[in-house]
Design a protein. Structure first.
Length: 423
């Protein structure tokens, strides 16, 4: 059997074969179908009674956003929570539920300044007419500097780079709010460019990434995807822009067929963890989030800088950050029933956070791909995540592709940030 054919079998699971360590294990076609789906049945996060997907299943040729929302948390926009008078952040007594900027900076050992010369682009689908106003509430609540159209910190354009027309809402409002708020949390001094694709098709979203780069973005975050296919190689050009760091969420269905654009070798694929406070020296603990996407590509060759043993193609993910909606960040938005605060997760939260960190460090040219994260010198600046899985043991055994182990693994990649030295 050729390596090409073998890779298709191991990666897509279409022939009913799954890897357990280095051993191929035969399963029934029905089991393979369950694994390929990634999981509503295999992924406890997707089936949780207090969590729901923001975006539904996409039609062929279209992507879905990877945000997941807590349905048991919706706090009204109290004046005390929205008051940023004199730049004072919300106090612990009045802060919204969910992690805020100070929590995330503490968890990942980040400075509060930096990135003033960076422009972070967020690519999403459809217009959110309240995006700027909602962002203002989030930033004032936490004492972050204003970021508006008037002061040229915030810019919103369509996929052609024009301020209008902005096409219809695609029900991505929660995703847009999450992306803007998390970038703000990671890099309060960064400029933000929101590029709104006409629709969530692979073509429109890819065009939007190209537009973001043309408009001067130094980093681009993509919190969406669709399972890779024979079309995947042709889409890669939209996500290949040396000098600009591009991140993409690995997905929210656990172990299975990887998603594009996260699978492209020019992209930093961002997996997910569950982040909790701890009495340890760090003050925080992390394990692999059970919904974090991981998988071995059938269509993208393995880059030279990735050397994991059981995947002959590109392996997802590269790095990770908090993604569990049950340990997620606070997000403010208007169009979710009533104005207020919610908690949102998914690797949709991890991708904009990592891209904001890259901007905070100010070295986007260091990341034409994820190779810098795999260098031995990078390890000291990363938390190696050990513990947790994104697939039942019957599907993946103890293999690194679906379990957080010492060193590299699929759900969390090389690890999570510990300061900016690696970035």
């Amino acid at each position: 059997m050729s390596q090409f054919t073998n890779r298709r079998i191991l990666s897509t699971l279409a022939a009913g074969i799954l890897t357990t360590g280095a051993v191929a294990v035969a399963v029934t076609p029905a089991d393979a179908t369950t694994a390929v789906a990634g999981a509503a049945t295999a992924n406890p996060a997707a089936a949780s009674s207090n969590v729901k997907d923001v975006c539904g299943a996409p039609k062929p040729g279209f992507d879905r956003c990877f945000a997941q929302i807590r349905t048991d948390v919706h706090e009204p926009a109290h004046i005390s929570r929205a008051a940023g008078t004199a730049g004072r952040p919300a106090t612990a007594a009045t802060a919204p539920a969910g992690f805020g900027p100070a929590d995330l900076h503490s968890a990942y050992n980040l400075p509060t300044t930096g990135g003033a010369n960076q422009t972070v682009a967020i690519v999403d689908a459809g217009d959110d007419p309240q995006a700027e106003a909602d962002l203002a509430v989030y930033r004032s609540t936490y004492g972050l500097p204003a970021c508006t159209t008037a002061d040229r910190c915030f810019t919103k354009v369509n996929e052609r780079g024009a301020a209008s027309p902005l096409l219809a809402d695609q029900n991505w409002g929660v995703e847009i709010a999450l992306d803007l708020d998390v970038v703000s949390a990671a890099c309060p001094q960064c400029k933000i460019l929101l590029v709104e694709a006409d629709q969530p098709s692979a073509v429109d979203l890819g065009t939007s990434v190209d537009t973001a780069v043309k408009l001067g973005a130094t980093e681009v975050s993509n919190s969406y995807g669709a399972t890779e296919s024979s079309d995947t190689p042709a889409d890669a050009a939209h996500y290949t822009h040396p000098g600009v760091a591009i991140t993409a969420s690995s997905g929210d269905r656990g172990y299975g067929i990887p998603n594009e654009p996260a699978v492209f070798s020019s992209v930093i694929s961002v997996g997910g963890t569950s982040l909790t406070r701890s009495s340890n020296a760090r003050g925080w603990s992390e394990t692999a989030w059970n919904g974090a996407g991981s998988g071995c590509s059938a269509w993208v060759d393995k880059p030279a800088w990735q050397t994991d043993p059981n995947c002959p193609g590109r392996m997802v993910a590269d790095v990770s950050a908090d993604a569990d909606p049950n340990t997620g960040p606070a997000v403010y938005l208007t169009d979710y029933g009533a104005p207020g605060w919610i908690i949102v997760g998914g690797t949709s939260a991890a991708s904009p956070f990592i891209v904001g960190m890259i901007a905070l460090a100010g070295n986007p040219a260091k990341f034409p791909n994820a190779s810098a994260l795999y260098a031995p010198s990078a390890h000291a600046g990363l938390n190696d995540i050990v513990g947790g899985s994104n697939a039942p043991s019957t599907l993946c055994g103890g293999d690194y592709q679906c379990n957080a182990v010492v060193g590299y693994d699929g759900p969390t990649g090389i690890g999570t940030p510990n300061g900016l030295s690696t970035f």
